[in-house]
Design a protein around this ligand. Structure first.
Ligand code: A2P
Length: 276
């Protein structure tokens, strides 16, 4: 499994199992992912599946130290004290002593009063958890360039990660480049546009050319851009094939064709527009 190194030396498996909207058969599906070899699981308090994921990890018998587990503090728990409490609650549900990565799930945006202070206080809690050794890395999620910049102004520990909606048709290039300039690794949620890209004409034609599925094409494209990729599925066949496929190289001209696609598969969740 490809690993990507964070600036503090921690290594993160380049493909992780996404669990947003995994609300049924959680233990079974997570168990399948662990069985086929996922070492990296991405969850969040608000997904409501941490306890069952913790159960599945316990039941798998896999050594905790060989897994990479990410969770996120939800919007209603922002602020220094609340974030510290929310973190402990996630640990309890996941039945683990530490997390590998803890993220602020969404930025408090300009629609909220005191947004910069809220984000700064939440970040200070993550710094505290990192200093205490309760989490191996800390970062952001859904932070656009200007939200990241505001955190960098107040941070003692710079974020190591930003997790964004990224897929063909929605590459968020400006934010990704800014994160990289600041040594952050970028993770892609909804790498196949939550399934909305499966019929996309450009992608279907390229998938035929390379003899792969559209899902595989999307995942390979994102890996090739140096991103951590978080596909999600409840189908055992898809769970397995999203991790285990023969790696190939998408030629430059085809990479450019994907980069030049019109906006496609976007969730509509713009962090500046939704009332987070
Ligand atoms: P399913 O659970 O039936 O596999 P994303 O990771 O971009 O959020 O996309 C998730 C969606 O894409 C789910 O609806 C999932 O359905 C579908 N999906 C995931 N992997 C594959 C795959 N390899 N082939 C086809 N559809 C997939």
């Amino acid at each position: 499994m490809e690993m990507i190194k964070l600036y503090n030396g921690v290594e993160i498996p380049a493909i992780g199992f996404g669990t947003w909207q995994l609300t049924e058969r959680i233990e079974e599906v997570t168990g399948t992912a662990l069985k086929v070899g996922y070492k990296h699981i991405d969850t969040a308090a608000v997904y409501g599946n941490e306890r069952e994921i913790g159960n599945a990890i316990k039941a798998s018998g896999i050594d905790r130290s060989s897994l990479f587990i990410t969770s996120k503090v939800w919007n209603s728990d922002r602020g220094y004290d609340n974030t510290l409490k929310a973190f402990e609650a996630s640990l309890e549900r996941l039945q683990t002593e530490y997390l590998d990565l803890y993220l602020i799930h969404w930025p408090a945006n300009a629609k909220r009063e005191n947004a910069p202070q809220e984000n700064a206080d939440t970040w200070r809690a993550l710094e505290e958890l990192y200093a205490a050794g309760k989490v191996r890395a800390i970062g952001l999620s859904n932070f656009l360039k200007h939200h990241v910049a505001a955190i960098l102004e107040v941070a003692s520990v710079k974020p190591m990660v930003n997790q964004l909606e990224i897929h063909p048709g929605y590459l968020q290039t400006e934010t990704v480049e800014y994160c990289r300039e600041n040594e952050m690794v970028v993770e892609a949620w909804s790498p196949i546009g939550s399934g909305r890209l499966l019929q996309d004409e450009t992608l279907v034609a390229l998938a035929v050319k390379y003899g792969v599925s559209v899902a595989t094409l999307c995942i390979q494209f994102l890996l090739q851009q140096g991103l951590v990729v978080l596909p999600k599925s409840t189908n055992p066949k898809n769970i397995e094939s999203n991790l285990h496929f023969d790696r190939f190289v998408i030629a430059d001209e085809d990479v450019n064709a994907i980069k030049n696609m019109a906006i496609s598969g976007f969730s509509g969740l713009n962090p500046d527009e939704i009332g987070f």
